[in-house]
Design a protein around this ligand. Structure first.
Ligand code: ADP
Ligand code: MG
Length: 429
């Protein structure tokens, strides 16, 4: 991700076709170009990311069924749920202990360092800035149901390093509060110098609803504060890169052959559907034939934008301008095995503030692994990977968000290779 973020030519080439038709990507890339032209006031860049995976069923040569890991996407901005996933793991550990449930031999629930790692990533950036009396700014929604998760990160930063002061502020409240100092220091309320700006918001076009929103984002990027993510890291999370770097030979631009091969083994198939390119025309045909199970994705984050399965063909046929095709990528559908599990749901009936425990025979799960990096160009100052998020949703539900009400948070149970999957209620039909 760092290599993509640092490769300006590649960023601009890859997203160049999209900016014709997508205002949001155009605005982000415009800020990126301005910063490149002016020269970065802050050469240190950082990112807290979450790479998401699902299991995919496939057939072995001897016709037995097995599973493999497939990457869904990489979230390079506002990677959430770390505090909730940390608490869910602790709750599961607690319940096993309280009710004296012994895990079967060869199995274990791994420690979940998610929120601690994210807090440490923020502290790494703060320390790199090197001014003990400066602040961390966390940018959030105006009114947020993510508040408890965000507060969990704030609390962890405080527990690890009580000297690091963190301020949470809504994005739309910032225009009157932020300005640049004489050396491009980013000042909050005229007095607080900001060492780190941690974006938990600003990933979706709808977040830029107020008049000075883009100017505010530009002001932050122009400043000396370390941005998490910096604009180039934000852009590196675009789903288009998954399609463009979709095999090991393409990855060898950034990785040695062995690591490129290992990474590419987790990739699903992707197609461009761009017009007037042989590969894009081929991809468009694949989308129309809809013989395969497919997902069509625009360059968006945060749920609710993808087109699944049978909806792909009519959607493609309904695109009014063929230029619009460049903003989408087509992805092979990941066919997850189902599992038996429980979902604790908000009761949608009369008693809307109560919860309901729902036994489901058919849940599918998605695993996210958190990572954080602070770097000066390509020189890595800190690089951490730790902690996980498991989201489980009912089979057949397309979107996978927790806050959006589709999924619940679960924990991992690791099995030694000697233990058979079948004993653990993962099944294939
Ligand atoms: P977003 O940025 O909106 O989170 P994702 O690519 O993560 O976009 O897609 C949202 C959800 O859709 C995922 O959490 C996953 O449950 C489901 N999904 C995405 N891609 C696929 C796929 N190729 N196969 C099956 N499900 C998918
Ligand atoms: Mg996602």
């Amino acid at each position: 991700m760092l290599s993509i973020a640092n490769d300006n030519t590649f960023l601009e080439e890859t997203l160049g076709g999209i900016v014709q038709v997508d205002d949001f990507t155009r605005n982000l890339l415009k800020i990126h170009k301005i910063i490149q032209k002016e020269g970065q006031a802050q050469p240190i860049i950082s990112c807290i990311a979450r790479s998401d995976y699902m299991l995919d069923r496939y057939m072995l040569d001897d016709k037995r069924e097995s599973t493999r890991v497939r990457q869904v996407e990489v979230n390079a901005i506002a990677s959430g749920m770390s505090a909730h996933s940390f608490n869910a793991s602790r709750m599961h550990q607690f319940l096993l202990s309280k009710y004296r449930v012994d895990l079967q031999e060869g199995t274990s629930i791994p420690e979940n360092g998610s929120v601690k790692m994210i807090a440490q990533g923020i502290i790494d950036a703060f320390d790199t800035y090197g001014k003990p009396d400066s602040y961390v700014l966390m940018i959030t929604e105006d009114i947020s149901s993510n508040f408890t998760d965000q507060f969990g990160v704030e609390l962890q930063v405080h527990l690890i390093r009580p000297d690091v002061r963190l301020v949470r502020q809504s994005f739309c409240g910032l225009p009157d509060k932020l300005k640049l100092g004489p050396n491009k220091e980013l000042l909050l309320d005229n007095a607080k110098e900001l060492a780190v700006v941690y974006f938990r918001y600003g990933y979706d076009p709808s977040n830029y609803f107020f008049e000075q929103s883009w100017d505010t984002r530009l002001l932050i990027e122009r400043s000396r504060a370390i941005k998490c993510p910096s604009i180039n890291f934000h852009l590196s999370g675009a789903k288009k890169f998954q399609q463009v770097l979709n095999n090991s030979s393409k990855l060898e631009k950034y990785l040695d052959a062995r690591n490129a091969f290992r990474l590419a083994k987790t990739f699903a198939k992707f197609w461009s559907i761009e017009e007037n390119t042989p590969a894009g025309e081929e991809g468009f045909k694949v989308g129309l034939s809809s013989a395969k199970k497919l997902v069509l994705k625009p360059q968006r984050e945060g749920g609710g934008h993808n087109i699944f399965g049978n909806d792909v063909k009519p959607f493609l046929e309904g695109l009014s301008h063929s230029e619009e095709r460049s903003q989408y990528i087509l992805m092979e559908y990941i066919n997850s095995p189902k599992e038996k599990n429980w979902l604790l749901l908000k009761d949608d009936g009369k008693y809307s503030d109560t919860t309901r425990l729902d036994l489901s025979e058919k849940l599918v799960s998605e695993l996210g692994i958190y990572g954080s990096v602070v770097a000066n160009g390509s020189d890595i100052i800190s690089n951490r990977a730790s902690g996980y998020l498991v989201r489980s949703k009912k089979y057949g539900t397309n979107e996978g968000g927790v806050a959006s009400g589709f999924a619940g948070i679960s924990s991992l149970l690791l099995l030694d290779e000697s233990v058979e999957d079948k004993e653990f209620s993962i099944y294939f039909d």
